[in-house]
Design a protein around this ligand. Structure first.
Ligand SMILES: [Zn+2]
Length: 404
């Protein structure tokens, strides 16, 4: 059993999930949530990758002791909202690890959103009605993880409604309701990470609760591997004598922690770049055209293309996003919104024409990673919307000619 993030095996089949988690962490550090959902069979390691990402999260600075993780420069909680810089300086600040909080399926609304603080209400010396923030407000400026989100959407409609509110806007809100007290609405900036197995009951999230499915900016499907290399590698991984990579086994704790620090530093650096990076106009036009031409309907989808293209360029150490970055993001962004078989053909065809057609400089993606994507998203299509292949290619051509 692998203990640490640095020890996780990276191969073609899970690269997209590693990228997606990195993009979400970078965006979260920069105060802009990126909601991601990993779908896949049992044993593909999706929840392990997501849970172990906790190892490489940076610290955040909050007002000392604030359970709502108030940013000292913009306090938002009922206790600190409106306090002056001087008052906050008197309370003090502290660094804590960026929150990574998991919601279990048995969690009650009060636990998730918040409830009345019974300890303070029954305090014999100074009884008062105060709120105790739930798991979601406590995840502010961090990550909220939910395994088997499809099952949760099926069996816990009241928690699902809370998630819909939380993910409806960026930042989101959560309402704390308690009988006899006015409803309190708290701003929460949190990236929701979810995992599910769409091949098990109750089925894919988009068929259980379409609205919640669309709230996820990106979905990565860890499909049954079809390439011989990937399969051979997985077999080796799971074989008793080679279960652990000897190089990683040899890593001592110091080496692991050093590696984690390195990952964290890089994520923080990328977040700094992300804060100041805009999308070039021609890429924004390209996205807008995709939306109009293909009647994509979901504004969230094209917002995610914009956010995703910039983040993807940054984590690949390029300073400007191109149309090619948008193309790379299409499977993650449209997978749960259009027919996936069509999408795979579109991606393969556009990339088959060569990335130079759409790129305006910068590092090219290797053909190896493109093949890996093809393996990755190959699966039975679902009867959703249809995106016509010819239309997409025509659009890209015409944009390429017209762009400035
Ligand atoms: Zn506070």
């Amino acid at each position: 059993m692998l203990q640490y993030y640095a020890q996780l095996e990276r191969y073609e089949g899970n690269q997209a999930l590693f990228d997606m988690t990195k993009m979400s962490i970078v965006s979260t550090i920069a105060d802009e949530p990126l909601h991601i959902h990993a779908e896949g069979l049992r044993g593909t390691g999706k929840t392990t990758i997501m849970r172990k990402a906790k190892d490489i999260l940076p610290n955040i600075v909050r007002i000392k002791g604030c359970l709502y993780n108030c940013d000292p420069s913009k306090p938002h909680c009922p206790n600190h909202k409106g306090k002056s810089a001087q008052e906050i300086a008197e309370i003090g600040v502290e660094a804590i690890p960026m929150p990574f909080i998991e919601i279990s399926h048995s969690a009650k609304v009060g636990t998730v959103a918040g409830s009345i603080d019974l300890a303070r209400l029954t305090d014999p010396t100074k009884p008062e009605a105060a709120l105790l923030p739930g798991l979601i407000p406590q995840a502010h400026r961090g990550i909220l993880f939910i395994d088997e989100i499809n099952r949760l959407a099926d069996t816990a409609p009241e928690i699902t409604d809370i998630l819909l509110d939380l993910m409806g806007t960026k930042p989101g809100t959560v309402q704390i309701e308690e009988a006899g007290l006015p409803v309190v609405s708290i701003r929460v900036n949190v990236s929701v990470w979810a995992a599910s197995n769409p091949d098990e009951d109750p089925g894919p999230l988009e068929e259980i609760r379409r609205q919640l499915s669309d709230r996820f900016d990106m979905v990565c499907y860890m499909g049954r591997p079809t390439s011989i290399d990937v399969l051979a590698k997985m077999l080796k991984e799971n074989f008793h004598t080679t279960k652990l990579n000897p190089d990683r086994d040899a890593m001592d704790l110091d080496a692991i922690l050093k590696k984690h620090e390195e990952y964290t530093r890089t994520l923080v650096k990328w977040a700094e770049i992300y804060r100041d990076t805009d999308l070039p106009d021609f890429v924004r036009n390209y996205i807008a055209r995709l939306y109009v031409k293909h009647n994509l309907e979901s504004i969230r989808a094209i917002e995610a293309m914009q956010q995703g293209a910039v983040l993807y360029a940054i984590i690949n150490e390029r300073n400007q996003a191109t149309n090619n970055d948008v193309t790379r993001m299409l499977p993650l962004i449209l997978k749960h919104r259009v027919d996936s078989d069509t999408l795979i053909r579109v991606i393969n065809d556009t990339e088959g024409k060569g990335p130079s057609m759409f790129s305006s400089g910068g590092k090219k993606t290797s053909s190896k990673t493109e093949e890996e994507d093809a393996d990755y998203f190959k699966k039975e299509g679902r009867p959703l919307k249809d995106l016509k292949r010819k239309d997409l290619i025509n659009t890209e051509k015409s944009i390429d000619f017209n762009r400035d």
